[in-house]
Design a protein around this ligand. Structure first.
Ligand SMILES: [Zn+2]
Ligand SMILES: [Zn+2]
Length: 184
């Protein structure tokens, strides 16, 4: 059986080591590979909002999936939005293969506070795991401590754990096994 990987892909000026720090914890879900795309997603820029449409970047990522890729998370430092939301930390294809996460509002600098790489890694891990959960078909969870809780501010991200609650973990486990069985 061919092994399938979780790809973490830098977009624009995001540095590879930031993503490499996620590989340890995310390996418990899927073996990780880090790849780079130095190009800025200018095609997704919305000048009226000075932000980037998440969906447009996801659509492009879908077209460039490596053959041994099970799931792919693009990580960018541009500020992301959707047509109906003023901003998003990340976005995913529900039950699909691709997700996108922004570092922009996860950085302490965004809140005029000193850089904190450890905190940034923790926040990034939570948002990546959350979006990956959506890729495996998980919805939002009502438990504020669960990584699948819907966070719309940074305190809520800091308050939750980087992993699934028991209920979400059961659902994730059953979905994950089903997907693995489905593989050739
Ligand atoms: Zn969500
Ligand atoms: Zn949960």
């Amino acid at each position: 059986m061919n092994e399938k990987y979780l790809y973490l892909k830098t977009i624009g000026s995001v540095k590879v080591p930031i993503l490499e720090r996620l590989c340890g914890p995310l390996n418990s879900i899927l073996a990780c590979k880090v790849i780079s795309d130095n190009e800025y997603p200018v095609f997704a820029f919305e000048p009226k909002r000075n932000q980037y449409y998440a969906r447009k970047i996801i659509e492009k990522l879908v077209c460039t999936l490596p053959s041994d890729c099970e799931k792919l998370i693009g990580i960018t430092d541009v500020d992301l939005c959707t047509p109906v939301l003023t901003f998003v930390y990340g976005e995913a294809q529900l039950g699909g293969r691709v997700a996108l996460v922004s570092l922009n509002r996860l950085k302490q600098e965004f809140y005029h506070l000193p850089t904190d790489d450890k905190l940034l890694t923790e926040r990034l891990l939570k948002v990546c795991t959350h979006e990956l959960g959506h890729c495996y078909g998980l919805f939002h969870c009502s438990d504020p401590g669960c990584v699948m809780y819907l966070s719309n501010n940074i305190m809520s991200i800091d308050n939750k754990k980087s992993y699934f609650c028991v209920k979400c973990d059961e659902f994730f486990g059953s979905r994950n096994r089903k997907e693995k069985r489905g593989q050739a």
